[in-house]
Design a protein around this ligand. Structure first.
Ligand code: SAM
Length: 286
């Protein structure tokens, strides 16, 4: 076999429209252990036969539709390596933006915060907040109903040496947290929010990702309504509080009606758009 370099492999993979450029770079980085950011500066690097075969094998699985994150066992989220498996949703780019709202809030309130990552899945939200705000955090609680997802959260906590300021609570949404009388300054939640009747769900998501992470009752609004109805119970309302929810892009109007009825003027709330110009976040403050 002739000598094969990274440039040749990138060209080869780019011929398959099912493999995006960032996936191709990620595959090469994974196999060769060259940092992702260094791959495009290493185009002349020669690949061993073994590495070339590995790259082709992974690429074939991606081309068949399997999400790359499940093949590699991780997803890069805000630059942090988050371990995932079939029991956790693959962290999404839209979710990354949630952490910006939190970081701003933490910086503008110079006190140690108690934080809840509710419906934590892989733990990508809470792990990022912990890594990016080391000093201003008292404790982060990760909570999910899925034992298998919480095992992945635990792996991510341990890998990032965050055990001393984190706790894991298995809970059916807020039930155990309320029963334990836990209260927080910040609540972050990307709950399941797809309506059971929604026919537009991405087929790859449906085939590979856990259903438990996707669907919610009440047209997908069940978890937002439950959290909003319990703000006074779960939040430290005598201190500064922040709640950030990721929402489905069609849900703003329905949530607005519910917020007006349920919260009135008691809390400030607003919606923010994601980078793709979709209404994606609900932010509530006291
Ligand atoms: C959309 S995923 C979000 C995962 C992660 N926070 C993220 O942003 O990638 C929703 C998560 O909610 C969890 N979940 C589903 N029903 C739940 C319930 N009744 N109580 C607590 N967690 C639940 C799922 O196991 C899943 O991990």
């Amino acid at each position: 076999m002739n000598k094969i370099n990274i440039k040749f492999v990138l060209n080869l993979l780019s011929k398959n429209e099912k493999i995006g450029k960032s996936d191709a770079i990620e595959i090469i980085s994974f196999v060769t252990r060259i940092e992702y950011s260094e791959v495009l500066f290493s185009l002349d690097n020669e690949l061993s036969r073994k590495h070339f075969k590995q790259i082709i094998k992974i690429s074939k699985s991606v081309a068949k539709g399997k999400p790359l994150a499940y093949i590699l066992g991780y997803k890069i989220f805000r630059g942090h390596k988050i371990i995932v498996n079939k029991n956790t949703l693959i962290p999404r780019m839209e979710t990354e933006q949630m952490i910006d709202f939190v970081n701003d809030f933490i910086k503008s309130n110079n006190v140690k915060m108690d934080i809840l990552d509710l419906c934590s899945g892989s733990g990508c939200i809470g792990i990022s907040v912990a890594l990016e705000n080391n000093k201003n955090i008292n404790k982060i609680v990760f909570s999910d109903v899925s034992k298998k997802a919480l095992a992945v959260t635990k792996t991510n906590i341990v890998r990032n040496k965050l055990s001393n300021k984190t706790e894991i609570v298995k809970s059916n949404f807020l039930d155990s947290l309320i029963a334990n009388k836990n209260k927080f300054n910040i609540l972050l939640c990307n709950p399941p929010y797809i309506d059971f009747n929604d026919k537009d769900v991405d087929p790859t998501t449906l085939k590979f990702e856990p259903k438990l992470a996707l669907y919610a009752e009440d047209n997908g609004l069940f978890f937002y309504k439950k959290a909003i109805a319990n703000i006074d119970v779960i939040m430290k309302t005598e201190e500064k509080t922040l709640l950030v929810f990721e929402i489905g892009w069609k849900q703003k109007k329905h949530l607005e009606m519910f917020l007006q009825k349920e919260l009135g003027l008691k809390y400030n709330w607003k919606f923010e758009k994601d980078y793709f110009n979709n209404w994606r976040y609900l932010i509530i403050k006291n």
